[in-house]
Design a protein around this ligand. Structure first.
Ligand SMILES: [Cu+2]
Length: 389
């Protein structure tokens, strides 16, 4: 029962809550306190500290989660439930162990060239498995990222596009209107399989005109790549009815071994529920290979899990504005343009897993920052400087 609830928590992943707008129902304008729904929902979300265990729970009462979710969410929303208890199922996540031995061969790369020329991705739809390096170019005029998500067995990106966003949208529109019953009915129509999605990194926020590179281990399977930055209040993931997928891009990872080799890090970060930490090494001017160990994982008040992005700071940077921007719930939060230049990062991954991203740094001031609610207060803001030689 409890790992069913863990799946519920992942329903709050906002990559698939495409927008907050429409016909005067923009939550930012709504009379429903915009903060009310998220705050009310925070209890189940915070109960997700054991989320990672759930990620491994692919068996069990798949069809039972929905009723459990609705019951618990309702309890929380009406203030009767309090914090729900969550027990991890204790199975290993379907990601490589942190200490998986890298091949001893000379470095090789299995490269996926990906571009975002606009509010869409361009790139291959297949890639051999193993360590995959996503080289992400962003020639658009917008901030984007590229998150990798493994779809459950038998589920296609068409399924994802068709079955999930409409219900998230409808549900949250209803919450924004203060109609909890209607929201529950809408969430009740979400497909059971969504709880089996696994989020596996990919390049973090990249400024317009920039490039990013991330390396993660991908098992064979069906994946999607997505960006849920907003433009004018609309998440990039949202398909506005054109029949296009917006920023959802299918990727099939084949059985063939791509021969990619795990990178060697020059800097290692650890991410736990207390924030982002520089665990080993130091940033330097020029190229840096950054390893991120996701030692713990949790779902934050803005319904997303811990991740790492890198912002370049200048004397003009408004740190308060940056802090607020990282929370999509804020007015213009996670909406392009950003108040800073983002130069790299690695999207969320399950606890116990790790990935890499590159940074090519000029001398100056930077910050590691998480796309979470109130990153500075939660330890997800770490400033650092790189000196000139
Ligand atoms: Cu985008």
């Amino acid at each position: 029962m409890d790992h069913a609830f863990n799946r519920e928590i992942r329903y709050w992943h906002w990559s698939l809550a495409p927008r907050f707008r429409g016909g005067g129902r923009d939550v930012r304008d709504s009379h429903l306190p915009f903060t009310a729904a998220p705050r009310a929902l925070r209890a189940p979300v915070l109960a997700g500290n054991r989320l990672v265990g759930a990620m491994a729970c692919r068996h069990g009462a798949r069809q039972m989660w929905k009723g459990s979710m609705l019951m618990r969410l309702r309890q929380t929303l009406i203030g009767l439930g309090g914090l729900a208890l969550v027990t991890a199922c204790g199975e290993p996540a379907e990601v490589p162990a942190a200490d998986a031995a890298p091949p001893a061969e000379a470095p090789a790369a299995n490269i996926l060239e990906l571009s975002a020329p606009g509010m869409y991705f361009e790139g291959p739809s297949t890639i051999p498995s193993g360590w995959v390096t996503v080289k992400f170019g962003n020639p658009s005029g917008m901030v984007h990222f590229a998150m990798l998500e493994r779809l459950p067995e038998g589920i296609t990106i068409e399924d994802q596009t068709r079955e999930v966003p409409p219900h998230f949208q409808g549900g949250f529109d209803a919450l924004a209107a203060g109609d909890v019953d209607a929201a529950m009915a809408e969430f009740g129509q979400l497909p059971a399989w969504y709880g089996d999605m696994v989020f596996l990194g990919g390049p973090g926020l990249i400024a317009a005109g920039g490039t990013g590179e991330a390396t993660v281990f991908l098992e064979p399977g069906r994946y999607s790549i997505e960006c849920y930055v907003k433009s004018a209040g609309v998440f990039h993931t949202y398909d506005p009815g054109t029949g296009e997928r917006a920023m959802l891009h299918e990727l099939i990872v084949t059985e063939e071994d791509g021969g990619g080799v795990e990178p060697e890090a020059s800097v290692t970060l650890s991410v736990d529920n207390a924030g982002i930490h520089i665990a080993e090494g130091a940033f330097t001017a020029g190229p840096n290979m950054v390893r991120v160990n996701y030692d713990e994982q949790m779902v934050h008040g803005n319904f997303v899990r811990s991740d790492v992005h890198v912002a370049r700071l200048t004397p003009d940077t408004d740190l308060a504005a940056l802090d607020a921007w990282m929370d999509w719930r804020a007015p213009h939060g996670l909406e392009t343009p950003a108040p800073v230049e983002f130069v790299g990062g690695l999207n969320e991954m399950p606890a116990g897993s790790h990935g890499y991203f590159t940074l090519d740094l000029e001398p100056g001031d930077y910050a590691l920052i998480g796309e979470v609610d109130g990153p500075a207060e939660k330890g997800f803001f770490v400033a650092f400087s790189v000196g000139g030689e």
